[in-house]
Design a protein around this ligand. Structure first.
Ligand SMILES: NC(=O)CC[C@H](N)C(=O)O
Length: 315
């Protein structure tokens, strides 16, 4: 049985928020980007933006957080819109089975990252966007796109987070230099990672995140039959990648437990997609061992269980 009744969805969201508030094991807040280490691990939010146009929000739904790797989804959509299938000559579409910042596979695979959702892949995607614009312009385009998707101009890049990662992101610099040597990226590595760090530093609320994810739930449109953001084919491809690669080396586990395309970030956010039903923004800053939000993963498992929204459930 699939739940669509907003009153029942409200009960489910409230139940999950109550359960998560009582959890004592909240995971570990990322501190390798110093600016992220200050975030309060008690935070939690769950927001559904449904096909019927309802927004069902619970917890800290209006608190801004750093979306980090969730920006890889928006950057990918912008790059595909720009250069289309040519993008796939520089980045693959296979799960990596490795941590998000791993360098080992890159040498074996001659500088072509496994997929656009690990760091190396997103750096290659960022370079593709930069092939036709300078960093400031590229960032403006990504930000404008996110604001358009969320229908909210109050979304911005957090300069303190961008600076913090620029000062400490040596491993990402290594990935970029390595790919420059192989020719996967063409612009200067410093420019490319500078742009990458800034789009990772986009800060938004869980409510804005759920709204920004609608285009993936509704086949490329902002609502069923509404304004189009990207082609249906592209939305389906991005969902496929989110299902298989959206949680790094925890992607299989997330697909198994939750059964929804999703993309996580080290800020503790997860954007999940229930195609035809809802876009979901979930946030709790503490991470599990593979760098995905500990409580958001549990909350989404509960949500999928209660709603019957798994993509593997018959429609
Ligand atoms: N998993 C993540 O969210 C990682 C993003 C972060 N900006 C990094 O490159 O390390």
């Amino acid at each position: 049985m699939t739940v669509t009744d907003p009153r029942r969805l409200r009960e489910i969201v409230d139940e999950i928020c109550d359960r998560m508030a009582a959890e004592t094991d909240r995971g570990h807040v990322a501190d390798y980007i110093p600016e992220l280490a200050h975030v309060d691990p008690r935070r939690f939010a769950l927001v559904l933006s449904t096909a019927e146009g309802n927004v069902i929000a619970g917890g800290d739904a209006d608190t801004r957080f750093s979306i980090q790797s969730i920006s890889k989804v928006f950057a990918l959509a912008v790059a595909l819109g720009r250069i289309g299938d040519q993008l796939w000559s520089r980045v693959g579409r296979e799960p990596s089975g490795d941590p998000f910042n791993s360098i080992v596979q890159l040498e074996h695979e001659r500088g072509i990252p496994r997929n656009p959702f690990i760091n190396a892949g997103a750096i290659a995607v960022t370079d593709a966007i930069l092939s036709r614009s300078e960093p400031r312009e590229a960032l403006g385009q990504i930000l404008q796109f996110v604001r358009f998707l969320a229908d909210d101009d109050d979304i911005a890049i957090d300069p303190a987070v961008a600076k913090s990662e620029t000062e400490t992101g040596w491993r990402n610099a290594a990935l970029a230099n390595f790919m420059r040597d192989f020719g996967t990226i063409q612009r200067h590595p410093e420019k490319v990672i500078g742009t990458y760090f800034h789009h990772c530093a986009i800060s938004m609320t869980p409510r804005q995140l759920a709204q920004a994810g609608r285009f993936l739930a509704f086949d490329g449109a902002l609502s069923p039959g509404g304004a189009r953001a990207i082609a249906p084919r592209m939305a389906r491809q991005i969902n496929a990648l989110m299902l298989t690669c959206g949680h790094y080396d925890g992607s299989g586990e997330f697909a198994f437990r939750v059964g929804l395309p999703g993309k996580s970030g080290v800020g503790g956010g997860i954007l999940a997609v229930a195609p035809g039903r809802a876009a979901i923004g979930c946030w709790s800053p503490g991470l599990n061992a593979v760098g995905n939000s500990h409580l958001a993963s549990i909350a989404l498992e509960m949500l999928a269980d209660r709603t019957g929204w798994s993509v593997f459930a018959p429609k």
